[in-house]
Design a protein around this ligand. Structure first.
Ligand code: TYD
Length: 137
């Protein structure tokens, strides 16, 4: 999948002096059926998460708290998205290599996923990922 298919989704924002509220709904804000969510927290400074791609799984990644960067590659182009607002989500289709880095202290990455956890859906070898992209082109 090309990096051009990755996009920022803006969630609704209900501004209130008692505190703001955002939400997401399957079908409306998330472009796939949601099967799973997971979250990444307590990331020590300098750590990198998620150097892999998925064969089927699509995701929307949200910085619910703090900030971090998502670095995406389709084997040709690379793009970095800095996430630092809880009302933005980054849509990452299957077949895109991604890693997450520059986590701020107390950041919370919330991920909405289209598939149940399945280790065989991961490609963790960048060279194999790249070769598969070339075959597809
Ligand atoms: P992994 O996806 O490799 O983390 P990251 O890409 O952020 O480095 O997952 C780390 C471990 O957690 C791995 O052993 C699998 C397990 N895991 C689950 O059991 N269920 C899940 O939904 C996820 C995302 C991971």
């Amino acid at each position: 999948m090309s990096i051009e298919n990755c996009k920022i989704i803006e969630f609704p924002k209900i501004l209130d002096e008692r505190g703001n509220l955002s939400f997401l709904e399957e079908g409306k804000h998330i472009p796939f059926e949601v099967k799973r969510t997971y979250w990444i927290y307590d990331v020590p400074g300098g750590e990198i998460r998620g150097g892999h791609s998925y064969y089927r799984n699509q995701e929307v990644i949200i910085a619910l708290s703090g900030s971090f960067d998502v670095v995406l590659s389709d084997g040709e182009q690379e793009r970095r998205f800095s996430l630092n607002r809880s009302y933005y989500g980054l849509y990452v289709p299957n077949g895109v290599w991604r890693s997450m880095e520059n986590f701020s202290t107390n950041s919370l990455a919330f991920v909405v996923a289209s598939e149940f956890y399945n280790e065989s859906d991961y490609e963790r070898n960048y060279q194999k990922f790249k070769n598969a992209q070339v075959v597809r082109l």
